[in-house]
Design a protein around this ligand. Sequence first.
Ligand code: CUK
Ligand code: CUA
Length: 662
Amino acid sequence: MRGSTTRYLIAGVVLLLIVAIAFWVRGSRSPSLPSGLPADALAVARERGLTPEDIYGALATYVPGGKHDEFVMFASGGHSGQVIAIGIPSMRILKVIPVFVPDSWSGYGFGVENTAIHEVYGRGPYPPADTHHPALSETNGEYDGEFLFIGDKLNGRVAVIDLKDWETKQIVRNPVFNNNHGAAFVTPNTEYVVEVSQYGVPLGHRYAPLERYKEEYRGLITFYKFDRKRGRIVLEESFAVELPPYWQDLADCGKAASDGWVFVNSFNTEMATGGVEKGNPPFEAGVSQNDMDYLHIINWKQAEQLVKAGKFVRINGFRVIPLKEAVAGGVLFFTPEPKSPHGVDVCPCGKHIVVGGKLDPHVTVYNIEKIKQAIQNKDYEKTDPYGVPVLRFDATKEAQVELGLGPLHTQFDDKGYAYTSLFLDTAVARWTLGGCKYKAPEEPWKLVGKVQTHYNIGHLAAAEGDTVKPAGKYLVALNKWSVDRFLTTGPLLPQNLQLIEISGTGETMRLLADMPLGMGEPHYAQIIRADRLKSWETYPDVGWDPHTQAKATEPGLDKPRVEVKGDTVYVYSTVIRSHFTPEHVKVKKGQKVVWHLTNTERTRDATHGFAIPGYGIGASLEPGETVTVRFVADKEGVYPFYCTEFCSALHLEMMGYLLVEP
Ligand code: CUK
Ligand code: CUA
């Protein structure tokens, strides 16, 4: 009896202990929630298992409908060939801007004649693209919200987007080179849009055997003259500078203290030509043998002078300053940079140039004053095989800051901090600048904090973080992998863009939100204050041609009619809720059709679509816009054309018949 009492007692104590431990564990798993939240909000947070950190992130990023984001991030759309506009802090997609590939949801549609892509490729095929670096237009080194440029690495192209209507206006194919990487970057007043080549090839789209790599292959930096009034790059006023066949990488234009200069990284100064199948070292090893590669220091104002003095040759009609002239004319200098550098970024006051070395835990910081001094003193270590002077490393270097593994790209804030992405550490490092207009509280050139990202960060973008006046506050990590952060979407996973709050000082950096982006691969982005954008609400006038940004010259676009001239049928259609006029368009098989459509709406957001089956037409007309499609009616039959935009209650009725008679 006594024995069993003791047993009950022991069992009771054990049970109590278990319950206590269970409560304690549970308590420590659900950390205390903020007390100020309304009870129902607290209940939701509890039910969804949100931590205080989650709640903070949610509140810091939530933008209710009707309220607007403070910033807009323009991210490259990578393989999609598009640009993605994302609101910050909400991290929601506002728009996808078609650039190198048309999209029928936009005036930049399929079969539409008055567009940038049609100007270059007609009705297609449209080559794939690999957009890398967007660049907002600048005035005095600040974003002015007028234009956006973006480079296509795959084909050596640069595009111009007008931010009045967020539409692509021009696609330029480099006349001399067929790939790029350091593109696009702008000079502080957008005098030039800069495009730097990546993989060496013979200039002028021609053939030379790989055995002649050193002799015939080259790199190139192109300065596209930008005409702001016309919103176009003017090829006749542009020029390029021939570079040695090292692989030029990223670039940044100098500003303020370094205005007039451009800085370009390079790797493969070994001039390896690969051929692992022939027993040669593979590219990945061959291009990484040297301890130092060369930071290219290019004086573009001096290059302008050389062009004026006629020191150029024409390749495919395009002005190119030969390497020899560039060296003789004081346009091109090198300074050594540690192992396989990648990003190069100029600080807000323009004095410092930060280089991230992929295979070096440091960033190397150069000083433009020292560079200028070394050039003046002819303080050269040597000249490279092409005669380019190599400045003495120690004469140009200001500091080396140890940050961690795989430093790539650097951005800046308004407090004197620099932020560098660490690919291998998969983190963002915050460190202090020295002798810059902005001054952090800590000692200069020191790592002060790190925040973990998920996973494999490439670029990072801080709000206005590469201008002379960074906004601080937010930074976005553009991560290459997302692994387990989201639901599995098959073997191909979304990228992860992570918003980080950088308002504090020292170690205080807070990860606020993840944003899956199921579109490959957003390499780089720029973040502009939303109030700098002066976007149109509708096109200024009915009959507006967005390609010329002027009222179309074609008379009577708002008078619906059909005219036949010779073998061509001219159709003038008006488009308004909820009908096309005319609704019957009858042509004979074999006739040519030129069809002008004008959206006569003046109401904001009253967009209509226009699509014809069988003829590859898929367009969209924003209020006031006029588009032209042109085709040969070579397939007889009955083709219902219709409005592809759900514009009104009678949207389904908004159609007509194209009758192609035998
Ligand atoms: S590069 Cu460095 S991560 Cu093409 Cu700008 Cu992508
Ligand atoms: Cu117009 Cu639907």
